[in-house]
Design a protein around this ligand. Structure first.
Ligand SMILES: [Zn+2]
Length: 205
């Protein structure tokens, strides 16, 4: 692609680093921005910059937050003895949308996947196990996607905590095998949390 402007070229190159955005799409977006009022593009750039620099990960659950302890963890009306274990922030958003859950979360930041070189120590598992050992968690609800990696991760965590006084459950599988949590509709996802089953019984299936 030949550019008549180095400034244009740089903007297109930066934009095309985003997933799913090729050079052609990047060029279309950048040209669109050039036709918009300047303020609009500057607003976008500032929102992205501020978000990237200032956003935090909650020190307790690793959810994305503007402050050190996220709104969910700092809400006194939430049941702090129940912790829902999820892969990423999108799962927290999906479950919150159901309005069916009043406990806390723990965001792992992924799942164990030897194929992708992701081991237990690459995830926020130690801090979760610590919550159980300290007696803060009375119940862990495993809400990972029902893939081999999700099952492996559940089982790894279960092994770490099974000797402690904590009840483990897993969301009911109205969600079909292999489905990612974030794509489940709200009613199905809400029900699957309410109708959760003991983790041990899911192992025998
Ligand atoms: Zn939090």
């Amino acid at each position: 692609m030949e550019f008549s402007s180095k400034l244009l070229e740089r903007a297109v190159n930066e934009m095309s680093q985003l997933p799913g955005i090729g050079k052609r799409t990047a060029l279309r977006l950048v040209l669109h921005m050039l036709r918009q009022p300047k303020e609009q593009t500057i607003g976008l750039a500032e929102a992205l910059k501020t978000m990237r620099v200032e956003v935090k990960f909650c020190k307790s659950c690793n959810n994305i937050s503007d402050v050190a302890l996220c709104e969910i963890c700092s809400n006194p009306s939430r049941n702090e003895g129940v912790i829902c274990v999820v892969e990423d922030v999108r799962d927290v958003m999906a479950i919150e949308n159901t309005s069916s859950y009043k406990g806390l979360y723990h965001v792992l930041g992924g799942k164990i996947s030897p194929m992708d070189g992701i081991g237990p120590h690459d995830l926020n598992i130690e801090s979760l196990v610590a919550k159980v050992k300290e007696g803060k968690a009375k119940e862990l609800i495993f809400a990972l996607s029902s893939t081999m990696e999700g099952d492996t991760t559940n089982f790894y965590i279960y092994k770490q905590i099974q000797d402690y006084d904590v009840f483990t459950s897993t969301i009911a599988r109205g969600i079909s095998v292999g489905d990612e949590l974030e794509y489940a509709d709200e009613i199905t996802l809400g029900r699957s949390i309410v109708n959760r089953i003991p983790f041990e019984s899911s192992l025998k299936l």
